[in-house]
Design a protein around this ligand. Structure first.
Ligand code: XMP
Length: 318
């Protein structure tokens, strides 16, 4: 029978054998998969694993620094690269969801490639690809659902990098990845984290992206997610986030009329993200969260809660 401990022992031995004294680069995202892959490789080859954690400027509030600190704490050889300006410049003026994804995917590859070239004589690229990613990228070459959304985690390797690919989680499902992570003493802070899309807040800001919109959404998201934690709801929800809508509506403040932004909150239950149901969050929680957002985030005067299930309504609004 499969056990996480046996998987770790076997995989570490195989990785040592396969990689020897070569250097490996790996892109960390803050998510479960890349973190578990990194810790496995670190066990096998130590400092020869060069981790690169890119800030695309579309992460949650404080996420870049917090997660970077955690990675350093775990003893990983990690470099944080703040490429926010490069991403936001490339995205300026673009409103089309798929084009936004493509731009982010391309800039990520450019940034990652620049960094990988700084690692002298690197031979391998490690990825946190898991079994469902493998299946999805296979179906993405032909299946009818292929172009609904382009996930950029798989197959994004530019030829000219000429690196061999190592994917230690390729045969695992998500729950197995979590169990492996737990057996290597990775904390709940990482393992219990809600899924967060590679393109980040870019696909939760409907329409074009500006630094100002990003910071509004970061504040809103922070209040919502911190609230879920404070109310003991975070672990009861599979994924949650806020969307910044391209809609202004009228509000009153004292004698004045305002014409400001509307945000939508979304929280879903799911097992694999393929289908999802909206979560019946307590009214008191929604009431408090809405008040906090409107009182604390300038530029937002209206909060709505998304009560749509998938299908047809995807988890992300773009
Ligand atoms: P949807 O919005 O398609 O999302 O219902 C299903 C799951 O996939 C995540 N997602 C993405 N992840 N790149 C990613 O890495 C993407 O472009 C992307 N689009 C959606 C989403 O957050 C949810 O967990």
């Amino acid at each position: 029978t499969w056990t996480p401990d046996a998987f770790v022992d076997l995989t570490v031995a195989e990785l040592k054998q396969k990689i020897g004294d070569d250097k490996v680069v790996l892109g960390l995202s803050g998510g479960v998969d890349s973190t578990v892959a990194a810790v496995l490789l670190h066990k096998a080859i130590g400092k020869n694993l060069y981790c690169i954690f890119v800030n695309n400027g579309l992460l949650r509030k404080n996420e870049f620094q917090d997660v970077l600190d955690q990675y350093e704490h775990m003893g990983l050889n990690v470099k944080g690269v703040d490429a926010s300006a490069r991403f936001l410049d490339a995205l300026a003026g673009e409103s089309d969801p798929e084009k936004k994804r493509k731009i982010i995917g391309k800039v990520f590859i450019d940034v990652f490639d620049d960094e990988a070239h700084l690692v002298k004589d690197v031979k391998w690229l490690a990825q946190g690809t898991i079994y469902p990613d493998v299946i999805e990228s296979v179906s993405a070459t032909g299946g009818p659902s292929a172009t609904i959304k382009s996930h950029h985690n798989v197959g994004g390797l530019p030829d000219y990098m000429k690196l061999k690919v190592v994917e230690p989680l390729r045969m695992l499902f998500k729950d197995e990845v979590r169990r492996v992570g737990k057996s290597m003493a990775i904390g709940d802070e990482r393992l219990g984290r809600h899924p967060f899309p590679g393109p980040g807040l870019a696909i939760r800001i409907l329409g074009d992206i500006t630094p100002e919109k990003v910071s509004i959404l970061q504040e809103v998201d922070h209040i919502f997610i911190q609230g879920l934690r404070d109310w003991g709801l975070y672990d009861k929800v599979w994924q949650a986030g806020a969307m910044l809508l391209p809609v202004n509506s009228v509000g009153v403040m004292g004698d004045e009329r305002t014409y400001e932004k509307c945000v939508a909150l979304r929280a879903v239950e799911s097992t694999d993200g393929m289908t999802a149901d909206w979560v019946n969050l307590p009214y008191e929680f929604l009431q408090k969260t809405s008040n906090d957002i409107i009182n604390k985030v300038p530029g937002v005067n209206r909060v709505v809660y998304d009560i749509s299930s998938k299908p047809p309504a995807t988890i992300e609004w773009e």
